[in-house]
Design a protein around this ligand. Structure first.
Ligand SMILES: [Zn+2]
Length: 257
């Protein structure tokens, strides 16, 4: 209809974006072309993305994780066994004479066992991430990247279970699936009551949350609900529920000469 038109481009078209629509408006100082671009690398919102399909996950001492719906995932037995075997081989290495063939052999065994543990853990993490993403569109978790945690008993359990590598697998998979993971502050998630919000102090060994409001449930389940509830007010959650931020609008000023 217009043929070729010379334009003044106010902003360059970024790499990886595709032009979806173009509309022309006439303004006092000339014609404007507005282009809508879609970033093909950012997944569109799932057609069935449901902000109410949400859970929170709590990392525990006993379980690998507990969800806000009180589903628990245990640390698999075969994984524990592989870790025990790792310790046995580690001792073997330290017992044997430095430079000896027998020690070298044990070191080789140790390397293989390390790989075995890592592979099993990875498989386990993928499986759990897939199961969660099949069920939920939004998954909130505690941001455990805090200094205070480093010395606690929980820190060791978090480390042994490979919690941080699990979270990065979960985040990557969620992004591909068009789902959302949200890190929330860990502050008081295990202490506060998930029903009335009152603080109910408890030691680490106390496994049950029992509040005067009548709320009574497993400690980790209570924490998982708090984690889920915190994510609802999170800016990422609001953006995802409302947004269309894989689209940006670009204006190009058409030369009328
Ligand atoms: Zn309460």
């Amino acid at each position: 209809m217009f043929g070729k038109v010379k334009i003044i481009l106010h902003r360059p078209i970024p790499d990886g974006f595709k032009i979806k629509t173009a509309s022309i408006t006439r303004k006092a100082d000339g014609y404007y072309v507005t282009l809508s671009l879609a970033d093909e690398t950012v997944p569109e919102i799932k057609p069935d993305f449901n902000p109410e399909s949400i859970t929170g996950i709590d990392v525990g001492l006993k379980e690998f994780l507990t969800t806000a719906q009180n589903e628990t995932v245990a640390i698999p037995q075969h994984y524990c066994k592989a870790q025990k075997r790792l310790k046995v081989i580690q001792k073997r290495v330290s017992r044997r004479k430095k430079g000896s063939n027998r020690r070298l052999k044990a070191i080789k065994q140790l390397g293989l066992q390390h790989k075995k543990v890592a592979d099993k853990r990875r498989d386990f993490h993928f499986k759990i991430a897939n199961n969660l993403l099949k069920k939920y569109d939004v998954i909130a978790y505690e941001d455990l990247n805090i200094k205070g945690l480093a010395k606690t008993h929980l820190a060791k359990s978090v480390h042994d279970a490979g919690w941080s590598s699990f979270l990065s697998i979960l985040a990557t998979k969620a992004e591909k699936a068009g789902s959302l993971t949200i890190a929330v502050s860990a502050y008081n998630t295990s202490q506060n009551c998930s029903k009335c919000g009152v603080k109910v102090p408890k030691e680490l060994h106390e496994r049950w949350h029992s509040c005067t409001c009548g709320c009574s449930l497993d400690r980790d389940h209570n924490a998982a609900i708090n984690i889920m509830n915190k994510s609802v007010g999170h800016p990422d959650f609001k953006a995802k529920s409302l947004r269309s931020d894989s689209w940006i609008v670009l204006e190009a000023h058409a030369l009328t000469s």
